[in-house]
Design a protein around this ligand. Structure first.
Ligand SMILES: [Zn+2]
Length: 242
């Protein structure tokens, strides 16, 4: 999370707005994503209306292109997250019938209008929006987020990387571990560096996270602790003051 925030800081001029996501929620999202495999999950998220972004943090990550009033919930830390659906890359964007029966009118679109922000997962695929993702985002009042995970064993979902777009990794890119043998292995994919092992037994090789607005513009994600400060805050301030 520290290196992710460093990249958010260094690339801040590429964004017109930022959103602060608590680290404990982020960990929960990763765990839910793994528990649902091989399905994708759709998660609805709301802001904590009592927790505006800390001003000094907002200022540090602010770009010269910063725009106010860009989306609903802007300026507030994400407060809660709920899994609302699981399925494949098409079905996950559509809420189950019982969610749409009475609570939402059909005019509010395939996802209805209950949550401010939405996140869905890309198991063994980069966190880059598909055309279906772009369509679904048109109904989102806040921002859409994608969590991409590269893991093994891959099961029916081998890593799919043939996608154009900007990657934002939490931690480092998955790389083969240096081989002790000089003989070439045909199973090098199984020797990728491991960021961590999930309770499900999956080895996690790479985590990607992005946020975007329905117009396609990226939103800068900052991972914050329970007090609203970014992980690696002290080092970031030093860089800022240099
Ligand atoms: Zn998607």
């Amino acid at each position: 999370m520290v290196t992710y925030n460093q990249e958010s800081f260094h690339s801040r001029e590429s964004y017109t707005a930022q959103i602060h996501l608590p680290g404990h929620l982020f960990e929960e999202l990763v765990w839910w994503a793994l528990q649902a495999l091989p399905d994708e999950i759709l998660v609805g998220m709301d802001i904590d209306a009592d927790a505006p972004h800390l001003l000094e943090v907002e200022t540090l990550f602010k770009s010269s292109e910063h725009t106010e009033g860009l989306f609903q919930g802007q300026g507030f830390i994400i407060g809660e997250a709920h899994i609302v659906n699981r399925g494949n890359s098409y079905s996950v964007h559509h809420l189950p019938e019982d969610w749409t029966d009475d609570m939402f009118s059909t005019s509010r679109g395939s996802r209805a209008g209950r949550f401010t922000h939405w996140l869905h997962t890309h198991p063994n695929a980069p966190a880059i929006p598909s055309n279906a993702d772009a369509d679904a985002a048109q109904e989102t009042p806040g921002v859409d987020m994608i969590l991409g995970l590269r893991f093994s064993p891959e099961g029916p979902l081998p890593w799919f990387d043939d996608v154009e777009g900007v990657r934002r990794r939490v931690g480092t890119e998955a790389k083969p571990t240096p081989s002790k043998s000089r003989r070439r292995s045909f199973f090098s994919r199984q020797n990728l560096t491991v960021l961590g092992v999930a309770p499900s037994g999956h080895k996690i090789h790479e985590i990607q996270l992005i946020a975007f607005r329905k117009n396609g513009l990226g939103i800068n994600v900052i991972l914050v602790d329970k007090d609203g400060f970014p992980f690696g805050w002290k080092e970031l301030q030093e860089k800022f003051n240099q």
